[in-house]
Design a protein around this ligand. Structure first.
Ligand code: BGC
Length: 401
């Protein structure tokens, strides 16, 4: 009876997420909002009050850091049974569980099994990254005529916030519930001078799961001195399920006519190059692995998103699809760029759920500002001044076809 019930639940989940459409057409011109692309996920239980009754948010202990700080794990479940888990250490997403076209549920984001495993070190699986996602050359930049030196943790460069970035702190947390979403507000106060950054930064990120099968990430920050900020989430996706194999046959579309060429240390030269006639072109859906051999080291590049001048709202940035499982993930963002990274440095040393994460077992779509922006006045600015509010959002929308 129990097995029958599980099977029925799984099948219903598949039906609820099913839609005949894959990644949207006219993608490269799109300036589509998640609402416009909405797939009708409603069934006979679509009334908001009924859906509300089916959402849940729970909190459990996930262990303690060596310093004795309690780490909590939240589980968000929406009315259609999609489940997202996020822990307070690094405001880290540890699971995004979605059904395939047959209703089989998998965690489609790379994660580890215990807090101890996360504490041993990992390449930002699901982490909230700050203060500055991506690289700052030589860990140096100038602001208002003063030079600042940041912690260097990637050869001579600063990467993802430094030695102890936002991925390695325990965030304060508070659950929130609305009529059609459940979420957690994470806050962190970063002291003036932390990792070399000027100003006390108050950072906030709210992760929420809606009944439209969207995972929303809403970032904000304020400072008491001029500083720089560039926040993102570093989830690794494998639409077949974590540890299921490589992602080379999964297809990707990116709303980007241009990308930033990089040097051997992955620092942008400053050139903004057209993707036309290169293996960097994802304007039409392409299997991630179809041309990866032509890209030295694999994809690890910042794509400049096609946005209209002054466009500030959410626009469709990326769409990924796994032809095998039928899972589709759209990514919308207010950010100007996206770092597409194909897990090139995953080397089989990390394991979870009895599976080993090898090279290309996950891909990242990190929505963000351009790398090394503080040293490129021609790039959109990442400066934040007292009295201003940094605000960015990214939405991941899930379905199957
Ligand atoms: C970077 C990669 C890096 C990875 C893990 C990505 O954002 O672009 O070069 O290896 O993060 O740190």
């Amino acid at each position: 009876m129990k097995n029958y019930y599980n099977h029925l639940t799984a099948s219903l989940l598949g039906v609820v997420l099913a839609a005949a459409v894959g990644c949207p057409a006219q993608f490269q011109k799109a300036s589509v909002s998640p609402e416009e692309s909405s797939v009708n996920t409603s069934d006979d239980m679509s009334a908001p009050e009924k859906e509300r009754g089916k959402m849940s948010i729970t909190k459990e202990s996930f262990g303690k850091t060596p310093e004795g700080e309690e780490v909590d794990l939240y589980t968000l479940t929406n009315a259609h049974g999609l489940r997202v888990k996020i822990m307070t250490y690094g405001a880290t997403i540890t699971a995004v569980e979605t059904p395939d076209r047959d209703g089989e549920v998998e965690n489609i984001t790379l994660s580890l099994d215990s807090l101890e495993d996360y504490l041993k070190g990992h390449p930002y699986f699901g982490s909230t990254v700050g203060r500055y996602a991506n690289r700052i050359a030589q860990g140096k930049f100038s602001l208002d005529g003063k030079e600042y030196t940041l912690a260097t943790n990637n050869d001579a460069n600063h990467l993802h916030g430094g030695v102890k970035g936002f991925d390695k702190v325990v965030w304060k947390s508070e659950p929130i519930e609305t009529d059609d979403s459940v979420g957690v507000i994470f806050t962190h106060e970063s002291a003036d001078g932390e990792e070399g950054y000027p100003g006390k930064l108050n950072a906030e990120v709210t992760y929420s799961l809606t009944n439209d099968n969207e995972l929303k990430m809403e970032y904000s920050a304020t400072t008491d001195k001029p500083t720089i900020v560039n926040l993102t989430n570093h989830a690794y996706w494998n639409l077949a399920g974590r540890g299921a194999g490589d992602i080379l046959s999964q297809e990707l579309t990116l709303a980007a006519d241009r990308f930033l060429p990089v040097d051997a240390g992955l620092i942008p030269s400053g050139e903004q190059k057209s993707v036309k006639d290169t293996p960097m072109d994802f304007l039409q859906p392409q299997a991630i692995g179809s041309r990866i051999a032509q890209v030295e080291g694999g994809y690890d590049h910042c794509y400049i998103l096609n946005k209209k001048d002054g466009e500030e709202g959410l626009t469709l940035a990326a769409c990924a699809e796994d032809p095998q499982s039928g899972r589709v993930m759209e990514v919308y963002t207010t950010q100007p760029a996206i770092q597409f990274y194909t897990g090139n440095f995953l080397d089989g040393t990390l394991q979870a759920g009895g599976k080993t994460y090898k090279q290309h077992f996950g891909f990242c779509l990190e929505t963000q500002h351009y790398p090394d922006s503080p040293n490129h006045p021609e790039f959109p600015t990442t400066q934040l001044k007292p009295g201003e509010k940094y605000e960015q959002s990214t939405v991941h929308k899930f379905r199957v076809r």
